[in-house]
Design a protein around this ligand. Sequence first.
Ligand code: ADP
Ligand code: MG
Length: 388
Amino acid sequence: MKDLGAKKAAVIASFRENFEGEPIVVKSPGRINLIGEHTDYNHGYVMPAAIEQASYVGIAKSGSEQCKLIALDLNESYEFSIEGALQPIEIGWVNYFLGVIDQYKKKSLALEGFHMVFTSDVPLGAGLSSSAALESSFGFALSQLFSHNVSLVDVALMGQQAEHNFAGVKCGIMDQFASCLSTANHAIVLDCRSLEYTSIPCDMKDYQLVLFDTAVKHNLASSEYNVRRSQCESGVAVLQTKFDGIGSLRDATMEQLDAVKGELDSIVYDRCSYVIAENERVLLAAEALKSGDIETLGQLMNETHLGLSKKYEVSCKELDLLYDIAQLNPNIIGARMMGGGFGGCTLNIVKKSELDSTLEYVLESYKDATQVELKHYIVAPGDGATLL
Ligand code: ADP
Ligand code: MG
């Protein structure tokens, strides 16, 4: 377990140095996605879990209309009036907070001036959603401070809108949902169409979840993302000419896809077959986790990687190298690229008793091949938004 106390204490200490009064402190975490990649915009299933690394927010009313935000990790601050007009600004980190305030205003949930300090140990830009952690912790903090009782699902939805409107990232709901609604030692199986979800035990038994971070970000990501979306849509359009009840790839079976194969561009066929198989894998992975079958989960993750690499073609050489390195080590029983692709991390299931030697093996193998020092993060399924 991480030391929640130290982060909370750091936030309170900074608050006392800078402001009068005592803050309430809340936290909301980053997340991993165990399985279910590129399924969200196809209205399918994802299986995220919050991690223990989180954003911590200390907040109290200022007694006036003035607000001040302090970013402890950056040693920066920002002041504004709660009555003022809101629009995205040049300072990146501030936008996540302004975007959430904007949502409160749009919902006519009354706010007053406040003082706030935040810190986070979610790695930035590694695909662990440090941005969702900020939005969720702040959305939850405002609800607590001003007694609005906003549901955690609504906090998540407000965070998503903040990300769309103030950070300019048209993300799905998974990150904020996992950050808000997770519980320790559990994963969430989320239906991205209905937002119905179940929380299932995620006991990794003799294994440890480990991320290896390539730290690369190929700029193909956003253009290729749009191409994949339209390829999936064109597959759906053909399926709809033959079958009833197909609103998205989530509704199609592999048999149905095969029945229209002759009418599909071969690339579109591959893209659709990946998505259909991935939705099936999420449901199989949920069953495996529920029965404590970590080996099957690992196998499904391997299949996901191969699908993303060969059929969906959103991997890159660094991620494929990490996958190959993992396959050569019997102490890693599952590995896959995590996130949208073209860079970021791989998620790995590593035998706990062999953790140190396996980390060394992966870091050295990657360095031998690329001359690059890999970063890694040890993660475990943690709690969602919490008042500390
Ligand atoms: P991620 O995959 O981690 O969500 P993003 O680019 O979406 O990557 O979000 C990272 C941004 O979130 C940073 O550039 C910064 O503006 C903000 N951020 C995240 N963590 C912190 C922090 N601890 N302090 C200040 N800003 C942060
Ligand atoms: Mg983000």
